[in-house]
Every structure is written in C-alpha cells, then in structure tokens.
Unconditional design. Structure first.
Length: 81
C-alpha cells in the first residue's frame, strides 16, 4: 500500500506540479456525522490554484486503479472547479 500511495503522489506531482514549497498530500480522516455514523477515509489533498486546495476522498475502488488512471480522473474533476 505504501508504494502505491507514493506512486500516486509522484504521478500527481509530475502531471500537476504545485508551486515551490507546496505538495499534494494524503491524510486520514473520519468522514460522516454522529447521526449517520463515521467512516475511516483517506483524503487526497490536491493543490488546484493559489488559495484553493481540494480534498478528494479515496474509496476502495480507487485503489484498484493505476496511479495514472486515478490522477487523470482527479485532474479532470479539478479542471471543473
């Protein structure tokens, strides 16, 4: 898993380099609410433009994709923002 996450970040930084001193990152968080329950999630933080970083929540299906496929999908979504 470690190698896959590193490959994902390297691919993302290659295809969409953030400015100097900035990096895309992966973080853990609990997603949900007290009413609906909480789920452990990994979030991919992507630098979109100055002052705007977007978190893309990663699901199990995302880990079945190659880093290139996932980065392509994330960047397509980012272009719509």
């Amino acid at each position: 898993m470690r190698e896959k996450l590193i490959a994902l970040l390297k691919t993302l930084e290659e295809k969409s380099p953030p400015p100097a001193g900035c990096h895309h990152s992966i973080t853990y968080n609990q997603y949900g609410s007290d009413a609906d329950g909480w789920e452990d999630k990994l979030g991919l933080h992507v630098w979109i433009r100055p002052g705007f970083i977007k978190t893309f929540w990663l699901d199990e299906g995302d880990f079945e994709k190659t880093p290139e496929e996932l980065v392509r999908e994330v960047l397509q979504l980012a272009e719509q923002m």
